[in-house]
Design a binder for this molecule. Structure first.
Ligand SMILES: *[C@@H]1O[C@H](CO)[C@@H](O)[C@H](O)[C@H]1NC(C)=O
Ligand SMILES: *[C@@H]1O[C@H](CO)[C@@H](O)[C@H](O)[C@H]1NC(C)=O
Ligand SMILES: *[C@@H]1O[C@H](CO)[C@@H](O)[C@H](O)[C@H]1NC(C)=O
Ligand SMILES: *[C@@H]1O[C@H](CO)[C@@H](O)[C@H](O)[C@H]1NC(C)=O
Ligand SMILES: *[C@@H]1O[C@H](CO)[C@@H](O)[C@H](O)[C@H]1NC(C)=O
Ligand SMILES: *[C@@H]1O[C@H](CO)[C@@H](O)[C@H](O)[C@H]1NC(C)=O
Ligand SMILES: *[C@@H]1O[C@H](CO)[C@@H](O)[C@H](O)[C@H]1NC(C)=O
Ligand SMILES: *[C@@H]1O[C@H](CO)[C@@H](O)[C@H](O)[C@H]1NC(C)=O
Ligand SMILES: *[C@@H]1O[C@H](CO)[C@@H](O)[C@H](O)[C@H]1NC(C)=O
Ligand SMILES: *[C@@H]1O[C@H](CO)[C@@H](O)[C@H](O)[C@H]1NC(C)=O
Ligand SMILES: *[C@@H]1O[C@H](CO)[C@@H](O)[C@H](O)[C@H]1NC(C)=O
Ligand SMILES: *[C@@H]1O[C@H](CO)[C@@H](O)[C@H](O)[C@H]1NC(C)=O
Length: 510
């Protein structure tokens, strides 16, 4: 009998674990008041947190209960962003309207302690509100101070605005990796000209949710909300991406935060969940919106496959026997088995990494696209980083580039194009030299000016395309910024190629 009860208990705790963000089966509370406390954070029992740095206080005496980290109240904890929202004290300094500072002032000292926490440098700003006001933030050690100054008259100050516009308000960003700071205020003229208008100045560290008008209207101006970044440990990720990382669960990767000065974990692509508890595979087939598939969707660990249903063929491309798709039985043998990728729209017929456009049984050929080689210059004779030397292989299948239908074509005015065997056993190429004036690139076929061509050797299975320049395009100005080397069949048209937006591929006959 009690076995059954135990099993029920186990089952219910497992069910709870799948939807919850706390350690499964631990009995840990997931909420403190309205705030969700996901693992690695924990409350009530230190076993619920990854370690003491993530153990928070939930003051259940308050109504509603308050989640506290040290002496800061926490309103939100985010696993995705590695952040939390907490409130800290503002600085204020008040004047009596006659230029006398009264005793009502506060210069807070905010410290995040020894935990691996830092103020976010991207989401927080120091904001000063006042008309004769300089606000500073500094290291408690006095090792740095930074701030901003706002001067205005009681007439010009428009403090109704929701964001800091510069009148009666100034803002300055935070340095990276701040762990603790002092906020303080100064006044140049002691508010002598301000009358009763704006009795107090404020220095506020707050994130982008801060709204001046709301702040001005609020009764309690003593605190503001900041975004704080947390990390698992203030260490770098290990060099070996496969090694086990402290704090990271299954199917996760480690990443480093400059501001946080340490690492956090995230799910590997294709996985989801809380990376500190371990990620689980995404069943992509259940979310057709996000993971496109019009064919037979099959979930795999970390990914999915999408195959064409038998009888359906790729867009416009007929797949005649001996070729086949979808099922090995449809092809003569594995050499003729192609992939129809229904993840793409329009559909793509693929052989290895090449897209296939036409299969001809009569002449034993197919048309496929391969990458072009490109090298670009800045007009002053300097090569830019914009270049590509593709290497194309037809793999172990019985395929060869057609020697009669394809040519190596170079386009450019100071251009040497080569093709070679990737193992270096041969190189061949052509040279095109011209001036920016003589180049007539409007023509549809390669006429020799600004363009050269050379035939292919027989039986090529794989090759590398590459480009060189004799004078680094020095005399070309901005004319023809890029040279191209491409392998293309007789359908290739220079004018079309020059006019097209995408010059990254060309069609060859195989
Ligand atoms: C925390 O922030 C996220 C995103 O801004 C929000 O969806 C969530 O409701 C917030 N949680 C709490 C407890 O405020
Ligand atoms: C929780 O609160 C108790 C009592 O106020 C205090 O002694 C303890 O240090 C606090 N722990 C944390 C993690 O803030
Ligand atoms: C995480 O960061 C994004 C982008 O900055 C933000 O829109 C989102 O609200 C943040 N989520 C939480 C829970 O803080
Ligand atoms: C003060 O400065 C020293 C060295 O610059 C640093 O090691 C120490 O952590 C600082 N103390 C605080 C409270 O910031
Ligand atoms: C920062 O504030 C603390 C506490 O008020 C004080 O002891 C320290 O001297 C202040 N540091 C600076 C540089 O003013
Ligand atoms: C602020 O707005 C209110 C109403 O929107 C307006 O009456 C008042 O004059 C405004 N104050 C300033 C300083 O612009
Ligand atoms: C602006 O300040 C002057 C004193 O310099 C005072 O006479 C005047 O009433 C103030 N105006 C407002 C709108 O507070
Ligand atoms: C801080 O954020 C919490 C949750 O969004 C909100 O209830 C609170 O009023 C904010 N505090 C301040 C000072 O803006
Ligand atoms: C088809 O695609 C799968 C997964 O992307 C790959 O493993 C397989 O080698 C491909 N087959 C062909 C014939 O290209
Ligand atoms: C394939 O090639 C044949 C013969 O050149 C041609 O008639 C047909 O239109 C081509 N089909 C496609 C989809 O390009
Ligand atoms: C290209 O053709 C257009 C119109 O056909 C002509 O105006 C232009 O001068 C030609 N450019 C070159 C470089 O021949
Ligand atoms: C040709 O290049 C020269 C620099 O050598 C430059 O001054 C001229 O403007 C260029 N002409 C064209 C049409 O780009």
């Amino acid at each position: 009998m009690w076995m059954l009860w135990l099993m029920l208990l186990l089952l219910s705790s497992l069910a709870a674990a799948s939807s919850s963000n706390v350690k499964p089966g631990s009995g840990c509370q997931e909420k403190c008041g309205h705030v969700t406390v996901p693992y690695p954070f924990g409350i009530d029992n230190s076993m619920c947190a990854m370690n003491k740095n993530f153990f928070l206080n939930c003051s259940r005496g308050d109504s509603p209960p308050k989640l506290m980290i040290g002496d800061l109240e926490v309103f939100n904890l985010s696993i995705e962003n590695g952040s939390m929202i907490a409130s800290i004290s503002t600085a204020h300094r008040c004047y009596d309207g006659l230029g006398n500072r009264n005793s009502d002032y506060n210069d807070p000292y905010v410290k995040l302690g020894n935990r691996p926490l830092r103020f976010s440098d991207t989401r927080n700003k120091l904001t000063a509100i006042g008309c004769d006001t300089s606000a500073y933030m500094g290291d408690p050690n006095g090792s740095f101070w930074t701030g901003c100054i706002s001067m205005c008259t009681n007439e010009s100050a428009k403090l109704n605005e929701s964001s800091c516009s510069g009148i009666g308000c100034c803002q300055t960003p935070l340095p990276k990796s701040l762990k603790s700071l002092n906020l303080t205020l100064r006044s140049v003229y002691d508010h002598e000209d301000m009358g009763k208008f704006m009795p107090c100045d404020y220095a506020i560290l707050a994130d982008e949710t801060f709204n001046i008008a709301e702040f001005q209207a609020s009764e309690d101006k003593s605190s503001s909300n900041v975004t704080i970044e947390w990390v698992v440990r203030e260490k770098k990720c290990p060099d070996d991406p496969n090694s086990k990382v402290y704090g990271c669960g299954d199917y996760t990767t480690c990443y480093y935060s400059e501001n946080g000065q340490g690492y956090r974990c995230k799910c590997k692509p294709g996985f989801q969940g809380n990376p500190y508890l371990g990620c689980v595979d995404i069943d992509e087939c259940l979310d057709k919106e996000k993971y496109h598939c019009e064919g037979k969707c099959k979930n795999t660990i970390g990914s999915y496959t999408c195959d064409c249903p038998i009888g359906m063929y790729g867009d416009d491309v007929t797949v005649p026997y001996p070729f086949g798709i979808d099922d090995h039985m449809c092809a003569m043998n594995k050499n003729f088995f192609l992939n129809c990728s229904r993840r793409d729209s329009p559909l793509k017929l693929m052989i290895g990494e090449l897209e296939v456009f036409n299969l001809s049984i009569e002449i034993g050929s197919m048309i496929a696209s391969i990458f072009t080689s490109r090298r670009c210059y800045d007009g002053l004779g300097k090569r830019s980083s914009h270049f590509n030397n593709p290497s194309v292989s037809l793999g172990s299948r019985p395929l060869r580039f057609s020697d009669t239908r394809n040519k190596l074509t170079a386009i450019g005015c100071d251009t040497l194009a080569y093709m070679g065997d990737p193992d270096g056993s041969f190189w061949s190429g052509c040279i095109s030299i011209c001036t920016n004036e003589s180049a007539k690139l409007n023509e549809s076929s390669c006429s020799g000016i600004g363009c050269c061509q050379t035939p292919l050797p027989k039986s090529l299975k794989s090759l590398e395309l590459t480009l060189r320049s004799v004078h680094n395009h020095e005399d070309m100005g901005e004319f023809m910024p890029c040279d191209y080397a491409l392998l293309a069949d007789e359908t290739f048209n220079i004018a079309e190629f020059r006019a097209s937006d995408d010059k990254s591929s060309s069609n060859v006959t195989i």
